[in-house]
Design a protein around this ligand. Structure first.
Ligand SMILES: NC(=O)c1ccc[n+]([C@@H]2O[C@H](COP(=O)([O-])OP(=O)(O)OC[C@H]3O[C@@H](n4cnc5c(N)ncnc54)[C@H](OP(=O)(O)O)[C@@H]3O)[C@@H](O)[C@H]2O)c1
Length: 264
């Protein structure tokens, strides 16, 4: 299979690091022009420099804006009005005692993880349907279907995104625009690496540390190692391509078998 996204423009929210940066690199590698987004201008510029260093032919558009705010989203849409591939990757997470977490925090999770993606979908979907081609994806998590007691607020936001994806896929029925969600499992990002080192012996080599972490804290994973961000990106790039034209309204798992179900 050959994937060629030459001539397509993509926007990846929250792409200065982690899974978002890997998705941006994957899309650029197949020829797409890619909008790189984060809140901080300097971090966005550094991310673009890093990506450009790895992919000298890549075409990156720096988009420093908080897309969880009306103004930030408007700025992004103004700078990059025609997007063919919208990857709603931005997501925050953190453990909170469900009996202690405040209403304000609940609202923040909804605003950042759900509403930001809905707002951008509303902004970009009409032009995609006019052009008769488009790809929208939402990066979800195993926590959308296996709700952790210490992250009910996060699980709620990711379950909501599954619903949002399914609903917008219906809205886009028959238009040439596909809408899907990708359920990512425990992934090797900087934040997760720090988390692993907090829980298992710091002196262990990384491979051994992550295997110990998986065995002790994530025994339900069939992969028994963390997923590399590029492995999530591969699915996203495929779904962004013409090859995935018959896949819409779905939730596709790249979770290392973490969720104990045949269907999501
Ligand atoms: N890591 C995992 O194990 C895992 C597992 C399953 C699902 N996921 C999901 O995958 C997605 C990416 O996770 P990750 O771990 O790669 O994230 P991450 O490393 O924490 O990176 C988050 C990115 O979002 C940007 N960002 C944060 N708030 C923003 C805002 N309001 N507007 C614009 N950009 C913002 C950050 O840049 P600035 O700080 O510069 O703004 C950064 O580029 C999330 O949706 C997450 O829920 C992750």
């Amino acid at each position: 299979m050959r994937i060629d996204l030459t001539g397509r423009t993509a926007l990846v929210t929250g792409s200065t690091q982690g899974i978002g940066a890997a998705i941006a690199a994957g899309l650029a590698r197949t020829g797409a022009r890619v909008g790189i987004n984060g809140r901080d201008r300097r971090r966005v510029e550094e991310a673009v420099e890093r990506l450009q260093g790895d992919l000298p032919e890549g075409d990156f558009v720096p988009l420093a804006a908080d897309v969880a705010s009306d103004d930030g989203a408007a700025l992004v849409v103004e700078t990059l009005p025609d997007v063919d591939i919208l990857i709603n990757n931005l997501g925050i997470f953190g453990a909170k005692d469900p009996l202690e977490i405040t209403d304000e925090e609940w609202r923040r999770y909804f605003e950042v993880n759900v509403l930001a993606a809905v707002r951008l979908t509303r902004a970009y979907l009409p032009r995609m349907t006019e052009r008769g081609w488009g790809r929208i994806q939402y990066i979800c998590s195993d926590s959308a279907v296996a709700i952790p007691a210490e992250m009910i607020h996060y699980g709620m936001s990711k379950t909501a995104l599954l619903a949002v994806a399914r609903g917008f896929a219906k809205q886009a029925a028959g238009t040439g625009v596909t809408v899907n969600s990708v359920i990512a499992g425990p992934t090797h990002t900087r934040g997760v690496e720090d988390f692993v080192h907090q829980l298992v012996d710091r002196d262990l080599p990384w491979d051994e540390a992550q295997r110990t972490f998986m065995r002790q804290y994530r025994p339900q994973s069939l992969l028994q190692r963390l997923i590399e961000p590029e492995e999530i990106a591969n699915m996203v790039v495929y779904l962004s391509s013409d090859l995935a034209s018959a896949t819409t309204g779905g939730a596709l798992r790249v979770d290392g078998g973490y969720v104990d179900a045949i269907l999501p």
